[in-house]
Design a protein around this ligand. Structure first.
Ligand code: NAG
Ligand code: NAG
Ligand code: NAG
Length: 365
């Protein structure tokens, strides 16, 4: 048996300590906790399954709500969603969660797996989520970001260098083994369609992940001339029809990921990047190196990305042609920041209805 690398052991043991925190705290205590986040959030309404939804609870749990929840996590009918959670983006995360629930026909079958940095106050993040979503099924998993920090090279946009940005490469280690498929979502997006449809994307016989592909994007530009001029590196794309995909919305087969040890493959490219600069962006290029050309396609409606504008100036962007199931403010500008600054882009009005932040006016009343 190959010797597991130290980071793997670390994640494995930490995931044992990942804790449940629904029914974790009262709204009153959470209101105090969110004060130190310096933002207060409204409570979202409760969302119910429609009558034809399968139950993810087994009979014991339906009669005894205190029953261990292992069974519902392992239910075939659960839809698993993974997101990172931190203080800087919590307003975006809250809006994303609300949008997922609101457009789902079986919202009670959705289980959220949040990933928080080991250095964050996870009980605070947990209580903030519980206060706004008292009925949400969720777990907060602790990500030991010091292990990945050493692998990160600086990129052209410093926000991309945050270790939590790399958590998506470690989901297979962080989530329980019986979670075999997960939808990973960034925090700067909202869904306007049922996430169960996205989660059900066929992955074919071999694909590890599914995402919308953009074959018109200039793939060459994601890697440096050093990369392309070195055949031992650029040959990695030989015999692959590699296209750009955005890593902010992905359906991941965790069984296949674990079997292929793709976390290690991504880390190997990151280690190389520390020695030779082969790309300029953060967590995206290693995903392209490992997966581009071998992913299962997803309709573009599931990632209308780029609404945050470009990486440098955050100019307003328009939607791509075609239907919309998910709006993604990737890029430098974020809708909450532009709305607060009174300089919103036209499409930011589509994010605003999902904003759970209490306005100062409401707080005073
Ligand atoms: C909230 O915090 C304040 C002081 O920061 C304290 O006086 C108050 O009792 C706390 N309220 C609750 C409900 O914990
Ligand atoms: C973490 O947040 C809790 C509230 O949930 C607070 O009581 C505690 O003091 C915080 N811890 C730190 C280290 O800030
Ligand atoms: C694609 O990008 C590369 C490197 O940035 C550039 O040299 C090339 O001209 C671009 N190709 C097209 C078709 O725009």
């Amino acid at each position: 048996m190959p010797k597991p690398s130290p980071p793997f052991l670390l994640f494995l043991s930490l995931s044992l300590y990942s804790f449940l925190c629904f029914h974790f705290t009262t709204v009153a205590a959470a209101a105090n906790a969110t004060t130190s986040i310096s933002q207060q959030f409204r409570e979202a309404p409760q969302f119910y399954n429609s009558p034809d939804c399968p139950s993810i609870l087994n009979a014991d749990e339906e009669t005894d709500p205190d029953e261990d929840d292992t069974n519902e996590i392992c239910s075939d009918h659960a839809v698993h969603v993974a997101m990172t959670l931190d203080v800087a983006y919590i307003r975006g995360s809250m809006a994303a969660i609300l949008s997922v629930l609101q457009h789902s026909s079986c919202p009670q079958n959705i289980i959220f797996h949040f990933v928080a940095s080991a250095s964050a106050n996870s009980s605070l993040l947990c209580s903030t989520i519980s206060a706004s979503f008292p009925y949400l099924r969720f777990h907060v998993n602790i990500f030991d970001d010091s292990a990945v920090a050493g692998l990160i090279s600086t990129s052209i946009r410093s926000a991309l260098d945050c270790p939590l940005n790399y958590a998506r490469s470690y989901l297979a280690n962080l989530l329980p083994l019986c979670v075999r498929r997960v939808v990973y979502l960034d925090s700067d997006l909202v869904l306007v369609d049922d996430i169960a449809k996205l989660a059900a994307t066929p992955l074919g016989d071999k694909s590890v992940l599914a995402a919308p592909e953009y074959c018109n994007a200039n793939f060459t530009s994601y890697f440096t001339p050093t990369f392309w001029s070195n055949p031992s590196l650029s040959l990695t794309f030989a015999n692959r029809k590699a296209c750009y995909f955005n890593t902010g919305v992905m359906v991941i087969d965790l069984d296949r990921w674990r079997a292929g040890d793709y976390t290690t493959k991504i880390e190997e490219w990151m280690e190389l990047q520390k020695r030779i600069r082969i790309y300029e962006l953060g967590s995206l290029p290693p995903f392209l190196l490992v997966f581009a050309g071998n992913i299962a396609p997803v309709n573009h409606r599931w990632n209308q990305h780029g609404l945050g504008g470009d990486n440098f100036r955050g100019l307003c962007r328009d939607l791509h042609l075609g239907p919309v199931s998910l709006l993604h403010w990737s890029g430098k500008g974020k809708p909450w920041a532009r709305l607060d600054a009174n300089r919103p882009c036209p499409l930011d009005a589509l994010w605003a209805p999902y904003d759970l932040l209490q306005t100062p006016f409401l707080l005073d009343s």
